[in-house]
Design a binder for this molecule. Structure first.
Ligand SMILES: [Cu+2]
Length: 141
């Protein structure tokens, strides 16, 4: 039995350090209808907080590895916070400005397993070209 005690402490240490290392990334709505960070690379368990520094924007997820785990679209001009627990690529837009290219990508755990699904989302022509640029940035990290 006592041989398991060091293992127990290692497991606790790993869990505690994972929680302690979880980061919060801040993204702002900007005056030129964009997000201050267009492509965010984060680890599993990290949080993103979107700050309403400019009026008239929100966060609405269009695709992700598990849409059921994602919140409904946020209210305009509201602080929005999401913890990302599932690895993969997430695409979100600003509801009023999505068609003019106000979108963002989040890559969790450097995992691109659902990238093809992201590429196949139907978007306006302008937004599709923004998405292609963001995917190039995401893959070039
Ligand atoms: Cu907007």
């Amino acid at each position: 039995m006592h041989k398991l005690i060091p293992l127990f402490y290692i497991v606790i240490f790993v869990i505690v350090s994972k929680i302690a290392l979880a980061e919060t990334i801040q993204i702002n709505f900007t005056g030129n209808d964009s997000y201050s960070i267009e492509v965010a690379h984060i680890d599993v368990g990290d949080t993103i907080e979107w700050y309403p520094d400019d009026d008239g924007h929100n966060v609405e997820f269009l695709a992700g590895p598990n849409m059921k785990a994602l919140p409904a679209k946020s209210k305009l001009n509201a602080l929005h916070s999401v913890v990302f627990e599932i690895p993969g690529v997430y695409l979100y837009q600003c509801t009023p400005h999505g068609n003019s290219g106000m979108i963002g990508l989040v890559v969790v755990g450097n995992n691109f397993k659902n990238l093809e699904e992201i590429k196949n989302i139907q978007l306006s022509r302008a937004t599709t070209s923004v998405l292609e640029r963001l995917i190039r940035i995401a893959l070039s990290k």
